[in-house]
Each structure stands twice: as C-alpha cells, then as structure tokens.
Ligand binder design. Structure first.
Ligand code: SF4
Ligand code: SF4
Length: 461
C-alpha cells in the first residue's frame, strides 16, 4: 500500500476521470469531479443554525463508570421480550398476534389490510437482503467502466487531514441519501456503546490490536485502530407516520431501514476503495447503540422517548452507523433545548396506549429492566409494554409516540414548531409549557385510505 498527498490524488483522479469515462452513465453523471471537490462542496460543511449550539457534553447526563457494554440479545426483538414476560406468555402473545393479523387481512380492516402489510414487506427488503455479509462490507467488484478504477488495481491509499476526511465523508453520505452526518471517536468510554453481543447472529463483538477486522463463527473483531464511528440519519415519511398506529407507519420505518442499509453499503464501498476499512452490522442496529452515537455526534438530543430527536425532523429519523479506520475529526454534541422541553411536554407518555413511557418530570438513573443499559440519566422506557402493544395490534410498529411529538410536525400542524419556535425553545425554557399547550394536533391516527390517494412526494417526505 502506498500513500500520497491529496494533491497527487487529485491529479490521479482527474487522469482516471478523463481516461476512464467511456459512457454517459459514468462519473460524469455525478455532481463532483474528484474527492477534493467533494470535500470542498457545501454539503461537506456542518453548518448549524445559530439556535443549535455545539456543546462539550450532551444535554443528557452520562456516567460512563456505570455503563457497560450491552448484550443486545436483551432487546425485545431477540430474547428481551421472552425474558421479560416468560417464554410461554411470549409464545401465546405471538400466536394471538398472528391470529389478529390474519383476521385484519381477511376482514380488510382499515389500516391493516394486505396492501399495507405488503408495503411494509417491500420496505424491508434491501435491509434484509444485505444483513448477512455486512460486517466487512460487500466484496462486489465495480468494473472499471463503471467506477473509473482499473480492475485489480492495487490503488494508493487516500490521504487527507481528519477534518478534510470528515467533510469528505459527510458529503459522500449525503450524496448517497443520508440527511445528517456526524463522527464519534471510540475511546474507553464511547466503546461501551458498541454492544457486547450481536443479538442478530449471536456472535460476540470484540476489539483486538490487529491490523485488519475479521470474523469467525463466534465473533466479529474490530481493530482498535478502527476508532471512528460515522453516524448518519435517514428520515421517515411524516405523511406515513401520521397514520400511526396503522401499518403504513411501519412502512415508513421499514423503508428507512433499507435506505440506511443502502447508504451503509455505499459508504463501505467508498471507504474500502479509498484504502480503509469500514465495518457495519447490517443496519438492524445490532453493532451498537445508534441513538447514543447520534447524540454524541450532535445529530440530535436524547428525549423522553429514550431515542434521539433531531432538531430538524424530530424523532422521525432512524440513526445508523459504520466504524472505520479512516482518520476523522469528531463532531460535537448539540443543545437545541430538546431534552429540556421534554421535561414539561410529556405528550408522548400521555398518548402511549401501553404506558411504556415515563411520565416523570425529571429523568432518572434507574433502569426499568435488563433491556435498558444503565449509566444515562434519562427517561427509561418499559419496553415490554410497548412490544406487547405491537403484538396486540397485529405484529407491527405502533409509532403513536413518534407521530405525536411536537418536533415531528414541522410543516403540517396548526401550531407547528417552525423555526421561530425552535429558536425560542433552544434559548429559554420559559415558554415550553405554553408551546406544549399550543400543540393541540394529535399528530397521529390519520385516515390510511386517503394516504393511498394522495399525491405523495418521493419517499413520502
Ligand atoms: S410505539 Fe406506541 S406503545 Fe410503544 S412507546 Fe410509542 S406510543 Fe407507546
Ligand atoms: S412528545 Fe414531548 S416529551 Fe415526548 S419526546 Fe416529544 S418533545 Fe419530548
């Protein structure tokens, strides 16, 4: 592997460009002429409006000493639910859920018909297709005539400063479909956000002082030198989420999973081609705590939902991550007044049909069960209540809390949290109670029938 400067890379890329672009679908169809242009592009800069302040620590308190690496088999979808309610109950509820889903389909129940469920299934597809080989990235050779990189070329490794690389990665991720992008550096604390076990395949996540990542039947090994986490968000359709708890809301999240996978695979290909490793989990989130990384990277703040809320799109985002040894400059956490607003708002907890969310004013260090990882002073949720409700409605997401959150209604409710309100929220808590009262719109339960007939924007956004 040889190293050389950005400048020589620029010349090299230009040469490849001129010599390799043999048809119109090649590099000429992209917006950037080379990596230096990608880095210098507007999309590469993290530009925050004044009402989002960068801060040294997240707005939620973290006690790293209390935190340990989490066994993700404790999450509800893996063993967590069965452990919480007992295997027999879990089996019984699962059976009832399938019966309910069957009845809904046969009887054409509004919001839960076959076409809605089929839409959910279509949304998942890319994500599930690529889960198995996601750790090291897809080893799919892109032909010279498509990539401009000669076949079998033992290419030089790309070199840039960490700041340049962060800008470059942000621009690339956005081009591939991410909405916001940040970076967290792994150290003895933040490494605790990488799970101990992958609940999806039962293998152990381990760190070793090795040069290359590798996997066996029992473990997946991340080199210590791969110490940068690229975190990015994918938006979910507010128009679909507004039909929650109808199955259309699940279609918004299943699609976002697939879009997250799509960005991940492209980032892996991109970063591999630059000469670096890019490791991931297949986007079921089983490598680590994505919302936690999102909060540390400043893509949003933690909330009463115990999930990340974006200052732009509220909780209607999914958070994804990849780990790389490409040196990057970390981004800082933010304060936009969101976690503070949650103290007085409580709307999600009030509308939750399963009482899964905390109604307490103050966050707490006390976890609700083994599905929570201690060490954060937050609003821990009763996840089994939530998951039971999902089973009761026929085995898909409920999503009422996400759709109801005032931060989800940027454009559509009568009293929406538009820029002025967001600016006030970020600077003073004095009006938080008033803003909560003004948010009279429930935000969920829209008629799914009208959704099908509406002139939807792309991705429903
Ligand atoms: S998804 Fe539904 S049941 Fe679960 S916490 Fe949100 S509102 Fe409650
Ligand atoms: S509904 Fe209110 S309390 Fe719940 S997450 Fe949104 S802002 Fe916070």
């Amino acid at each position: 592997m040889k190293y050389h400067s950005s400048q020589s890379k620029r010349g090299f890329m230009k040469k490849l460009w001129l010599e390799g672009d043999t048809h119109g679908g090649g590099p000429g169809s992209t917006r950037y002429r080379d990596l230096d242009e990608v880095k210098a592009s507007k999309a590469a800069e993290r530009k925050l409006p004044w009402w989002i302040r960068e801060v040294d620590k997240p707005t939620v308190e973290i006690d790293w000493g209390r935190m340990k690496r989490f066994d993700s088999s404790n999450i509800m979808f893996v063993n967590g639910f069965s452990e919480a309610v007992g295997p027999d109950n879990a089996m019984k509820l699962g059976k009832q859920s399938a019966e309910k889903a069957t009845k809904s389909i046969i009887e054409n129940e509004l919001g839960y018909t076959l076409r809605e469920k089929a839409l959910v299934a279509g949304g998942w597809l890319t994500s599930l297709l690529t889960t198995e080989h996601a750790f090291l990235g897809p080893e799919i050779p892109i032909p010279f005539t498509m990539s401009g990189i000669p076949d079998g070329f033992d290419y030089h490794r790309y070199e840039g400063t960490p700041e340049e690389n962060t800008r470059m990665v942000r621009a690339a991720a956005k081009l591939y479909g991410a909405d916001s992008v940040g970076v967290v550096e792994l150290d003895e604390n933040t490494r605790k956000l990488i799970y101990e076990f992958d609940g999806w395949d039962g293998r152990k996540w381990e760190f070793e002082d090795v040069d290359r990542a590798y996997e066996t039947k029992k473990n997946k090994v991340i080199p210590y030198k791969a110490k940068w986490v690229i975190v990015y968000t994918i938006r979910m359709s507010p128009l679909s989420m507004a039909t929650a708890p109808a199955a259309l809301a699940t279609a918004a999240s299943s699609l976002a999973y697939s879009q997250g996978t799509s960005v991940q695979l492209r980032l892996q290909q991109f970063i591999n081609r630059l000469g670096y490793q890019c490791l991931a989990d297949g986007n079921m989130g089983t490598m680590g705590n994505s919302p936690g990384f999102g909060v540390l990277a400043g893509l949003g703040e933690l909330s009463r939902l115990n999930r990340m809320i974006s200052p732009y799109w509220g909780p209607l985002v999914r958070v994804y991550k990849v780990v790389t040894d490409l040196p990057l400059a970390p981004t800082r956490p933010i304060d936009a007044g969101i976690f503070r607003f949650c103290r007085t708002c409580k709307k999600c907890a009030e509308v939750c049909p399963s009482n899964a969310l905390s109604i307490e004013t103050e966050p707490s260090w006390e976890v609700q069960g083994p599905w929570n990882n201690p060490g954060v002073k937050t609003y821990y949720e009763k996840a089994p209540n939530c998951f039971s409700h999902w089973l009761r409605i026929g085995g898909h997401d409920c999503g009422i809390c996400l759709a109801a959150c005032p931060f989800s209604k940027l454009d559509k409710s009568f009293i929406h949290i538009h820029n002025l309100i967001r600016q006030i929220l970020s600077t003073t808590p004095v009006f938080n109670g008033m803003f909560r009262k003004l948010d009279g719109d429930s935000g969920y339960g829209r008629n799914p029938e009208t959704w099908w007939d509406s002139d939807l924007p792309t991705y429903g956004i």
